[in-house]
Design a protein around this ligand. Structure first.
Ligand SMILES: [Zn+2]
Length: 186
C-alpha cells in the first residue's frame, strides 16, 4: 500500500475507534435540540459542548500547540506527519477520558460545568479537528510565536468566559472554591 494511503487509513482508524468508544460511553451523536450548528457561543446553555465548535474549542487548539511543542522537544527526529499522528492519538485519548462517566461526574461535582453531560460525537470531532489545526498552526508559527499565541488565547478565554485550559485542568485536579465562585459570577 502506498504510504499516503496507509497514513490516511491510520487517521481514519483513530476517528472511527474514538467515535465507537464515545458511543459506547453513552454519548449522543449530536445535540439533543436536533440541530447541528457550526458554532455555539453560550457556555451556560445546554447546547455547549454539543455542537461542532464553542469557546472550549480554543482549549483544544491549545492542546495542539502544546503537543507540537512537546513533540518537538521529545522526538525532534520524528517526521512532522508522525508527530501529528501521535498528537491526534493523544487528543482522541483525551476525548475518550473527558467523556468517561468518571470525568463527567467530576466536572459536574467540582468545576463550573455544573450541567455538563459530556460532549456529543460531533463536538468531540470538532475538538480533535481543532487540535490538529493548533498543531499545524504551531508548526507554521515556530516556537516563540506559538508560546505567545498560547498565552494570548488563554488570556482571551480568561477574560471572555472566565475559564481556559489552565483553569480547566487545575479545577479538575485540584478545585479551588474561590475560583469557582468567580467563574459562576460571570
Ligand atoms: Zn443544540
Amino acid at each position: 500500500m502506498p504510504p499516503k494511503v496507509t497514513r490516511l487509513l491510520l487517521y481514519a482508524l483513530l476517528l472511527v475507534v474514538t467515535t465507537f468508544v464515545l458511543r459506547f460511553e453513552g454519548r449522543d451523536w449530536w445535540c439533543a435540540c436536533g440541530q447541528i450548528r457550526f458554532w455555539d457561543g453560550d457556555i451556560w446553555s445546554s447546547h455547549c459542548s454539543q455542537h461542532l465548535l464553542d469557546p472550549y474549542t480554543f482549549t483544544h487548539v491549545l492542546h495542539g500547540v502544546a503537543l507540537f511543542l512537546i513533540g518537538l522537544w521529545l522526538v525532534p527526529k520524528m517526521t512532522f506527519l508522525w508527530r501529528l499522528w501521535w498528537a491526534t492519538f493523544l487528543e482522541c485519548l483525551w476525548e475518550i477520558l473527558e467523556n468517561s462517566p468518571w470525568v463527567i461526574e467530576r466536572y459536574r461535582a467540582v468545576t463550573v460545568s455544573l450541567g455538563y453531560e459530556g460532549d456529543t460525537v460531533v463536538n468531540a470531532m470538532g475538538d480533535i479537528l481543532a487540535c490538529v489545526a493548533g498543531f499545524a498552526l504551531a508548526n507554521w508559527l515556530g516556537l516563540r510565536r506559538s508560546v505567545i499565541l498560547f498565552v494570548v488565547i488563554e488570556l482571551i478565554l480568561l477574560v471572555t468566559i472566565r475559564d481556559n485550559l489552565t483553569l480547566n485542568v487545575l479545577m479538575l485536579v485540584c478545585p479551588i472554591e474561590a475560583i469557582k465562585e468567580w467563574q459562576i459570577a460571570l
